[in-house]
Design a protein around this ligand. Structure first.
Ligand SMILES: C[S@@+](CC[C@H](N)C(=O)[O-])C[C@H]1O[C@@H](n2cnc3c(N)ncnc32)[C@H](O)[C@@H]1O
Length: 271
């Protein structure tokens, strides 16, 4: 019976991949939203002990990187669509809250804030958010809830331009700055006490290791590193942070995924 269920899930994932591949683009639409919701539901409903069987399937292995790349593109398109809506609107705060994953960001940033508040080493935290994207909800929530100053970093021109306009529109320019650049080109990170790495900054294992190693080598000892990872079938959407990524990081906390959220959070300190 279980084999039949697992085979059905593999087929569903392969069908989703084909549908996304044949789509004209990955901008939010009724079809694209429904297809991603279906994928998210499969990821969330599959117990971790069954995910290995699905991920080891040769056909799934072949499409995994490509599926993740498309998910990342779709996430950026969704954020672009929403930031443009918010910028056009007379009531930015109201529209911002209509973002479909708003409550997920709230749950994740609450966990991240709690862990920063447990810190007895640093008095104030100046943070860097690597891969803040067009709609930098995590930074917005953190700046509002705990008053920290954050530098948002993204290598994409349009994401930086729109997110900067958003930050200005909602009155947070004194707390959040936007820097356009690739983290791999930044040589000194010693000013930051906390560095957040977005789930999709580094879309595969190799890129993720490169980004984390680069940050570790350029930050002070005891700097907090906050990373978003996944478990089980979550790797179809985001890279998983494993021990290879954490060579020079002392893990101080690993949160389980909050309910309805695919990401889990790993908080560490640089050794
Ligand atoms: C999908 S988006 C936004 C992430 C999302 N808002 C979050 O909180 O996880 C991921 C962003 O990471 C950025 N990014 C990826 N690699 C990067 C790098 N090496 N340096 C700077 N930005 C990077 C991309 O340009 C993209 O805008």
């Amino acid at each position: 019976m279980i084999n039949i269920i697992l085979q059905r899930k593999k087929d569903e994932i392969l069908n989703i991949y084909e549908e996304l591949l044949s789509a004209k683009n990955l901008k939010p639409s009724k079809n694209i939203n429904a297809t991603f919701s279906e994928l998210v539901a499969i990821v969330q409903d599959t117990p971790i002990e069954h995910s290995r069987d699905i991920l080891d399937n040769i056909e799934i292995r072949k499409i995994q990187d490509d599926l993740r790349r498309m998910s990342s593109r779709a996430e950026s398109e969704l954020e672009l669509f929403w930031v443009k809506n918010v910028l056009k609107s007379q009531n930015a705060e109201k529209i911002l809250k209509f973002f479909p994953y708003y409550s997920n960001y709230e749950k994740m940033s609450d966990l991240e804030i709690k862990s920063m508040q447990l810190c007895d080493v640093h008095k104030g935290h100046k943070a860097l958010f690597v891969g803040s994207g067009p709609l930098p909800l995590s930074s917005i929530m953190m700046a509002r809830k705990c008053g920290i100053s954050i530098d948002n970093l993204d290598m994409d021109d349009e994401s930086c331009k729109l997110s900067k306009e958003l930050i200005k529109k909602i009155g947070l320019s004194n707390k959040i700055k936007t820097i356009k650049g690739n983290i791999l080109d930044i040589q000194d990170l010693s000013n930051y006490q906390t560095i957040f790495i977005a789930a999709l900054a580094g879309e595969n294992d190799e890129e993720k290791v490169k980004i984390i190693d680069h940050i570790v080598a350029r930050s002070k000892t005891d700097t907090h590193i906050v990373m978003r990872s996944v478990s089980g079938l979550g790797v179809l959407l985001y890279p998983e942070i494993s021990s290879t990524h954490l060579k020079n990081i002392k893990v101080i906390r690993r949160s389980k995924s909050p309910r309805d959220i695919i990401n889990n959070i790993i908080i560490g300190k640089i050794k």
